[in-house]
Ligand binder design. Structure first.
Ligand code: ATP
Length: 457
C-alpha cells in the first residue's frame, strides 16, 4: 500500500482531530512543545503499555522503576553530562538561523564524513575548505562554532540568593543506574537482569522540530540490561533483534526499518546501533541500542564512593556489571506510528476516505458505539456501558451512519458497533471492521470477547 503521509497532513490531522495540539496554544504556542489531546493521550498510553508488556512483563528477569526527574547534581558529574553534554552550534549571521555544525557537514557530505568525531576547529576548517553555505538563505557568513549546553538548569533554595543548580534530567537512564544496587538487593535478581523505566527527559535542543520528532521535553522508554562481560555481546545482538521485532509488531513495516551501526563510538562504548525508520523527512533514528561496557556503574562508584559491584552467588566473584542499553522516545515512536497508519483510500463510489490503520492494540478507541437512529440511543448506551468496562470506547449519534464511519476511520477506531432495530428484538449488533469495511452480526454478549481477541498484543 502506498503511504501518502506528509508531515503537514499528519500535523493537520493531529490538530484537527485531537491527537496533538501546539503547547500553550492560546498564548500563540511555545516553540517545539506539544500537548497530547484526548486521542493522543490514549495512543501514547497504549504505546507505553505495549512496550512495558513486551520488555518488563514478558521480559526475562526484568524490573521497573520510576525515578525522580530531579536528581542529585553529582549524578550528572558522574555520567559526564555536566562537562560534555553539548552540541556544536553555529549561527548564520545573515538570516539568524541556528544550526548544528556536525549536521551541516554530514548533510553536505551525504553522510560520508563523521563530523561528530571532529573538533570545532576541524569543523570550521572543513566548512571553509568546502565552501559550505547556509542551507536557508544561501549566504556564507557563519559565527564561530560554540559548544551549546543541552541540559536545562533550574535551582533549589529556600532563601533568595541561596541557590543550588539542579538539572532537569536529559535522559532517564541514570535513574536505572543509580538504583542498580537497590533493585539487585530487593529483588535478589541474578545477572543478567534488566531495569526499565518510562519517564520524561528534557534537552535544550539546538534544532528541535519536525513535530514530535525532536522536542525539548519528551518521554523515553529505557531498558538497561546488567550482565557479565562475557555475555554482553550476545545480549546486545539479541536486544537489536528484539527492538526490531517490537518496531515491526507495533506496525512499522520491515522495508522501512533498518539498523544503522555507529562507526564512531563514545570512548567507553563497545558497540552502538540505531534502528532507523523511513519518516516522511527521510531515514532517521527511532531508537538506540548501546553496549556501554562498565562505564556507568564504575563512574557512579567512583563519584558516590559506594560499591556498585555484584557478587556472584555461586563463585563469590565480585564484578562491575556491563550495561546494554535500549532507549526509544515515546513521541518519536508515536510519530512513526501516525505516519505509517495514515492512508487515503479511493472507495468503489470514487469517494476518498482518510483512514488510520493503527495496530488495533494501539488505536486510541477500540470501539465506537453508533445507534442507527437517535431513538435507539438508550439501547446503544446500554451496550456502551458493557463495552467500556473492557476498553476505551467512544459514542456518536450525530449525522448519517456513513459520515460517522468516516469519522472513526480518520481516528483509527478498529471497530464500529452499530445498534439497529434487530438489537431491540434479538440483542444482536453489527460490527464493522475499519480496514476491510466488512460487517458481521454478533450477540451483544459476544462482542467484548470478539474484540479482546482482535486487539491482543
Ligand atoms: P538524536 O541523534 O536523534 O539526537 P540521540 O542519539 O541523542 O538522538 P539518545 O540519547 O540515544 O538519542 O536517546 C534515545 C532515544 O530518545 C532516541 O532514539 C529518540 O527516540 C529519543 N529522543 C532523543 N532525543 C529526543 C528529542 N529531543 N525529542 C524526542 N525524542 C528524543
Amino acid at each position: 500500500m502506498e503511504n501518502k503521509a506528509t508531515m503537514e497532513k499528519i500535523v493537520n490531522l493531529c490538530k484537527g482531530r485531537g491527537f496533538v495540539y501546539p503547547g500553550s496554544d492560546i498564548y500563540g504556542g511555545f516553540a517545539n512543545t506539544w500537548d497530547y489531546g484526548p486521542l493522543g493521550v490514549e495512543l501514547e498510553n497504549n504505546v507505553k503499555k505495549v512496550w512495558w508488556k513486551r520488555f518488563v512483563q514478558e521480559g526475562e528477569n526484568a524490573y521497573g522503576v520510576d525515578a525522580g526527574i530531579l536528581m542529585n547534581p553529582l549524578v550528572w558529574t558522574a555520567s559526564g553530562h555536566t562537562t560534555s553534554f553539548s552540541d556544536p552550534k553555529m549561527d548564520c549571521k545573515n538570516c539568524k538561523n541556528r544550526f548544528r555544525a556536525d549536521n551541516i557537514i554530514e548533510e553536505h557530505s551525504k553522510g560520508k564524513v563523521a563530523a561528530e568525531a571532529m573538533t570545532n576547529e576541524q569543523m570550521e576548517k572543513y566548512i571553509e575548505d568546502n565552501n559550505i553555505h547556509c542551507p536557508v538563505c544561501g549566504k556564507k557568513d557563519w559565527t564561530p562554532i560554540r559548544q551549546f549546553k543541552l541540559m536545562f538548569e533550574t535551582s533549589r533554595g529556600t532563601v533568595e540568593g541561596d541557590k543550588d543548580v539542579v538539572y532537569l534530567r536529559p535522559e532517564t537512564a541514570q535513574g536505572e543506574y543509580v538504583n542498580f544496587v537497590n533493585v539487585a538487593r530487593t529483588t535478589r535478581a541474578k545477572l543478567p537482569f534488566s531495569i526499565a523505566q518510562i519517564g520524561k527527559a528534557f534537552r535544550n535542543e539546538i534544532t528541535p522540530g519536525n513535530f514530535l520528532f525532536r522536542t525539548i521535553e519528551f518521554e523515553q522508554m529505557e531498558h538497561q540490561t546488567f550482565c557479565k562481560a562475557e555475555d554482553a555481546q550476545r545480549i546486545y545482538n539479541e536486544r537489536k533483534e528484539q527492538a526490531l521485532k517490537f518496531a515491526k509488531d507495533v506496525g512499522l513495516p520491515e522495508n522501512k526499518l533498518r539498523f544503522h551501526d555507529h562507526d564512531k563510538l563514545a570512548h567507553y562504548a563497545k558497540s552502538a546501533c540505531d534502528i532507523q525508520y523511513l519518516f516522511p523527512i527521510g531515514w532517521e533514528e527511532l531508537n538506540g541500542i548501546h553496549h556501554r561496557g562498565t562505564w556507568d556503574l564504575s563512574q557512579h562508584e567512583k563519584t558516590s564512593g559506594k560499591s556498585m559491584q555484584y557478587t556472584d552467588p555461586i563463585t563469590n566473584e565480585k564484578l562491575t556489571p556491563t550495561v546494554i542499553e535500549y532507549s526509544i522516545g515515546v513521541g518519536r515512536l508515536t510519530l512513526a506510528l501516525l505516519c505509517e497508519a495514515y492512508d487515503e483510500e479511493v472507495l468503489e463510489n470514487n469517494e476518498t476516505r482518510v483512514v488510520m490503520h493503527f495496530n488495533p492494540a494501539l488505536a486510541p478507541y477500540k470501539v465506537a458505539v453508533l445507534p442507527l437512529q437517535k431513538n435507539l440511543s438508550d439501547k446503544a448506551k446500554e451496550v456502551l456501558s458493557k463495552l467500556n468496562k473492557h476498553f476505551m470506547c467512544t459514542y456518536d449519534e450525530a449525522g448519517s451512519i456513513g459520515k460517522r464511519y468516516r469519522r472513526q476511520d480518520e481516528i483509527g477506531t478498529p471497530f464500529c458497533v452499530t445498534i439497529d432495530f434487530d438489537t431491540l428484538e434479538n440483542n444482536t449488533v453489527t460490527i464493522r471492521d475499519r480496514d476491510s469495511m466488512k460487517q458481521i452480526t454478533l450477540k451483544i454478549d459476544e462482542v467484548a470477547k470478539y474484540i479482546e481477541d482482535k486487539i491482543a498484543f
